[in-house]
Ligand binder design. Structure first.
Ligand code: HEM
Length: 551
């Protein structure tokens, strides 16, 4: 058989294949940015083409050779990645769908179709406690994994690439930074606004908004009300007031502020892009999700304008902005103005969405079970005369059923249902007795772990009594290590106490003043179908009819 003549074009194609293999080995250790990758491809291709020109290949053949080299390079690179991910990847010992081992786009697809929370729960039902749901990412649901990934043993785990900053914002917020040290000192600045002294100071402001809510609902007795909206009106008005001493006026005007649509719309694209952060810089150039892009820009604009107004205003009572944005001498450097804007624009978003969802889900359950609502009313009545200002401390100590209702909603409907992504340190860690290599993304799936029958008996049922020690049946599983709606550890929710305070006050005021049931014709199945995922839950209208209770 005649030997194949090593023509320059053949040599270039073989070299392109070889460089594809070597590139994969380099990229495995140092993941390139999109710009870096494109630059790399251009340099490789231009280099090979120039080599052919140097070897006297006719100019008219150079374009064909460049295209062939490009195809060979990309094919070799992607085949090498595919074979590595399926057969040689260190996470191969973990179960998961084969397509998920190859590409992250499967989980991205489920974020796009907004059912990723259910998809993940189903994956855990099928594959067990640990699932490899993307090439370099594991999800856990054992009770012991919570402490390792989020709790006392998680000191070296930083936030994962999911959190990489918003493309519409020039700086990282405390939430989006992936640097452990930076997060620690920036969080200390935030903590100044969340102590028990501050909560006490904020209480009368929450009461003022509740008074508006009660008076508005009183005017609407007997007509169907969308509780998804009223929950939002309350939570956003409270947060704009506590954060910026500014009132969105949603309760007063009974209509949403543009901030809400901008936040909901903008978060969609942000959450999709968070799945594959390397794609983020390309998004502006693709004609996709135009509405979400527009909403994201609108959100950044409203946040900056809110910041500017607050900077210019003198206030008498301190708000969160005052605590968070004032200089802290203990930090290694002052925050830049962009960082302060990024932090303060997080305030309303972090504080309002989850609280509003929790309130609405409360109505969803209480309207389905009259005896539970009656018990709650009786308990709240016993804590409050209905005339003097609501005593929050009493609701906290002497209302176990109300507190049980709140815990149970947060267990069944953790507002952020998917896992909080963390990145293992370079030396790796051991989770549930198995070694997980460095730079792996890991999380505990909040919804799945909180609805696992090994952790909570009858996990899909709303049973507030399970949170009252004297009333919980002895045979009930009740593993509170797995109750993580606010997550735990170094990244745990800073607003947890404020959230409980708001929720107690909201439910206390509404239950004391009103009786309620689903509005006539309300289709509960349609509401359930409307429950989707977009970083947090996203829900449709929940229609409720109120009746005033005797004072
Ligand atoms: C029911 C209500 C709430 C729930 C379920 C909730 C849940 C959470 C969760 C799960 C995280 C962790 C995020 C992560 O690591 O990815 C978080 C973080 C955070 N939450 Fe909340 N949250 C609630 C209300 C609030 C409120 C009222 C505020 C007040 C502003 C707030 C402020 C924050 C902040 C600042 C962080 C970031 C903490 C950090 O990065 O160290 N949250 N929250």
């Amino acid at each position: 058989m005649d030997a194949v003549e090593p023509t320059p074009s053949l040599m270039a194609a073989v070299s392109a294949g070889f460089i594809g293999l070597v590139s994969h080995q380099i990229f495995r250790k140092n993941e390139p940015t999109v710009k870096g990758f494109v630059g790399h491809v251009v340099i490789v291709n231009a280099g090979l083409t120039l080599l052919c020109k140097y070897l006297k290949v006719p100019t008219e053949d150079l374009i064909k050779i460049a295209l062939v080299d490009l195809a060979v390079y990309l094919t070799t690179l992607s085949t090498s990645i595919l074979l590595y991910r399926v057969f040689f990847h260190p996470l191969n010992k973990y179960p998961g769908p084969i397509l998920c081992k190859i590409t992250k786009f499967v989980s991205t697809y489920h974020v796009m179709t907004r059912d990723s929370h259910e998809w993940m729960v189903d994956l855990h039902k099928k594959y067990g406690d640990t699932v490899r749901f993307s090439p370099n990412e594991l999800s856990f649901i054992s009770a012991t994994s919570v402490d390792t990934i989020h709790g006392s043993k998680a000191g070296k785990l930083a936030r994962g690439p999911f959190y990489s900053g918003d493309p519409n914002r020039p700086a990282n917020s405390m939430l989006s930074t992936q640097d452990l040290g930076e997060h620690r000192w920036r969080r200390k600045m935030w903590e100044r606004g969340f102590g028990s002294f501050q909560l006490k100071q904020f209480e009368p402001r929450v009461v003022r908004h509740l008074d508006v809510l009660v008076s508005q609902l009183n005017k609407r007795v007997g007509t169907p009300q969308n509780m998804t909206h009223w929950g939002e009106f309350f939570a956003y008005d409270v947060m704009s007031d506590l954060a910026f001493t500014e009132d969105f006026g949603m309760l007063r005007e009974a209509k949403p502020h543009p901030y809400v649509a901008a936040l909901h719309g903008g978060t969609r694209l942000l959450t999709i892009a968070a799945q594959t952060p390397w794609i983020r810089p390309l998004i502006p150039y693709f004609p996709v999700e135009a509405a979400s892009k527009k909403a994201g820009k609108e959100f950044a604009k409203i946040s900056s304008a809110t910041y500017d107004r607050r900077r210019a205003r003198h206030i008498n009572e301190p708000d969160m902005f005052e605590y968070i944005a004032s200089p802290d001498k203990t930090g290694p450097r002052p925050l830049t103005e962009s960082e302060i804007i990024a932090d303060t624009s997080l305030l309303i978003a972090a504080g309002a969405v989850s609280t509003a969802l929790t309130v609405t889900f409360m109505f969803y359950h209480l309207c389905q079970n009259r005896s539970q609502l009656l018990r709650l009313q009786k308990e709240v009545d016993s804590c409050w005369d209905g005339k003097s200002v609501l005593d929050v401390a009493k609701l906290c100590k002497a209302a176990p059923y109300l507190n049980g209702c709140i815990e149970e909603i947060l267990r069944l409907w953790p507002p952020a249902p998917n896992g909080m992504q963390r990145r293992t340190p370079p030396e790796g860690i051991v989770v549930d007795g198995e070694f997980v290599p460095g730079q792996t993304q890991i999380s505990v799936h909040t919804l799945a772990v909180q609805r696992d029958p090994r952790h909570y008996t009858n996990p899909d049922d709303f049973i507030p009594e399970r949170w009252i020690d004297e009333e919980r049946p002895a045979k009930f599983n009740h593993d509170v290590r797995t109750f993580i709606p606010f997550t735990i550890g170094q990244f745990a929710c800073l607003g947890k106490n404020l959230a409980y305070q708001e929720l107690r006050m909201f439910m206390g005021a509404v239950v004391r003043n009103f009786d309620f049931k689903f509005a006539p014709g309300f289709d509960i199945k349609e509401f359930e179908k409307s429950i989707k995922y977009k970083g947090t839950f996203l829900i449709g209208p929940l229609m409720v009819e109120f009746t005033a209770r005797p004072k």
